[in-house]
Design a protein around this ligand. Sequence first.
Ligand SMILES: [Zn+2]
Length: 226
Amino acid sequence: MRWLSGWVRLVYPPVCRLCEGMAAEWDGFLCAECAAELWRPGERYGACDVIPFVSWMGWLGPYDGATRVAVHAMKFGRQRELARHLGWMLARRMPVHVPRPDLVVPVPCSEPARRARGFDQAEELALGMGEELGGEVACRLLTRRGGGRPQRSLPLERRAANVRGVFGLRSAGAVRSRRVALVDDVATTGATLAAAARLLRGCGALEVSAFVLARTGSWQASRRGG
Ligand SMILES: [Zn+2]
């Protein structure tokens, strides 16, 4: 059937999921320009000094340009396959000095958001990361106990209090003595990641790292550790 898929590609060349230009053959999801923006090198992976309970962090880019379009396409355009692809990129870009996690855990979105979208984008990102890293992915290990308004609806100084106590863990045994990677779409203050990481460390996780598609603000990964 290979001749058939070749013919389909010829007649209907795949379109970039971000700008509707022609997708690059080597990527399949993105055109060469959008892909280049998301693959642009930068100091985006390293030791984390800014989010409590998180030892390592990484992100694809600032919440701007192609990264912002990608987040919107995934969340509001309901592009589930794109989310999986972006998760793969997030893992693929991880430099060798960042320790590989034993377990990848998505930060769950709220139940109404999941219902509205039909999927949880962080889960898809985590599954994409897991495919590349070959590690275990534990969807729905972290639970969200309702409450907590959407972080983006709140001023920065109220976000930490908004997510305090909002997460639960189905099985502490699943994280004990393991390196756990948290995955989410966007980090602004890091309060959501800190709340989840605090719970994981409290339940015995050896180390927690955090990976997001985009970060707002001007934080930098520390060069410590590489
Ligand atoms: Zn494009």
